[in-house]
Design a protein around this ligand. Structure first.
Ligand SMILES: [Cu+2]
Length: 313
């Protein structure tokens, strides 16, 4: 199901530290290189702006309380540390106790930013407070807007097949009685996950129009075309969970999630599909070749969750 691990590191350090002057604005380039863990990151309430993601700036900067990052996703955030003291970089998520039927908050400290008494010069408070727009990004997206509402060219369902699992696992994993969160932040069922390997579990990307799966999918598009891809994460599969889907070689826009249109666009190459969600992507098929489309949870990829998109000249 994917190993979330039990030691969190930043830049390889289990106790990451950084320092800042009072009022300083720091820009963090965040990359989730974990094999399966999704993070919800913040700096102890220090004001934070998200300014860019995988492949471009956003159309507009936005203030955010935290940033959610699936494996392979990148976000650039700016944080202002306006008072002296210690600010913890935390991963604040919700875990599920399946046996008690309860949610519990789980907060892990990934590192500490220590802010001194000496003020930063110049003082960027006013510039930080402004939320800038980037018309170059909007103009670049403009050529794709007429395609936002087109019928999907390709619909892929995310699911899995399991076989030869112990009876206890099968009974526990009943989708009609067990609760599966949109995002599995922690390993809520380590015993079940320990029992299953790629010998029993096959993760699947299924082409809805043909029923073909993973590397049997023969998806061909023309170079220069604007391709709409719909991804649906089947909530009735044996073990529904989120999948961070990563496309090589091209850039794409997340134009809607569950029918809700994206208001502030950014060029991406990885998108998290929560359990039960439908996400529409617009792919700028500009780069000829045979390109991987796969789940970026390493164990799902290992268990076949990969297809190829051919961009033909
Ligand atoms: Cu996956």
């Amino acid at each position: 199901m994917g190993r979330v691990g039990n030691v969190l590191t930043v830049n390889g350090e289990p106790e990451y530290t950084h320092s800042a002057r009072k009022g300083e604005v720091l820009r963090f380039y965040l990359t989730n290189v974990s094999s399966s863990r999704t993070y919800n990151l913040s700096f102890s309430g220090a004001p934070m702006k998200v300014v860019a993601s995988d492949m471009s700036r956003f159309e507009r900067e936005e203030r955010v309380p935290s940033v959610v990052m699936a494996p392979a996703e990148r976000y650039v955030v700016e944080v202002r540390f306006d008072k002296p003291g210690r600010y913890a970089l935390v991963n604040a998520v919700q875990q599920i106790n399946h046996f008690a039927g309860e949610f519990e908050p789980e907060v892990d400290t990934l590192g500490i930013v220590t802010v001194g008494e000496v003020p930063a010069t110049p003082d960027y408070a006013a510039r930080f407070a402004a939320l800038r727009a980037y018309p170059t990004v909007s103009r670049d997206v403009d050529r794709f807007r007429p395609f936002f509402d087109k019928v999907p060219d390709q619909t892929l369902r995310l699911t899995l097949k399991a076989s030869a699992l112990p009876l206890a696992t099968v009974q526990f994993m009943n989708v009609d009685t067990a609760y599966f969160a949109p995002v599995e932040w922690t390993d809520a069922m380590p015993d079940m996950n320990w029992l299953s390997t790629s010998k029993q579990v096959r993760w699947i990307i299924r082409e809805e129009s043909t029923g073909k799966e993973n590397m049997d999918i023969q998806w061909r598009v023309k170079q220069g075309s604007v391709v709409k891809l719909r991804l649906f994460n089947d909530p009735k599969s044996f073990h529904p969970m989120q999948h961070p889907i990563h496309l090589h070689g091209q850039r794409m826009l997340v134009v809607s999630r569950d029918g809700v249109k994206t208001r502030n666009l950014v060029w991406k190459d990885t998108v998290i599909i929560p359990t039960g969600s439908t996400v529409d992507l617009l792919i700028d098929a500009s780069n000829p070749g045979a390109w991987m489309l796969h789940c970026h949870i390493a164990e799902h990829l290992q268990s076949d969750m990969m297809a190829v998109m051919h961009v033909d000249k």
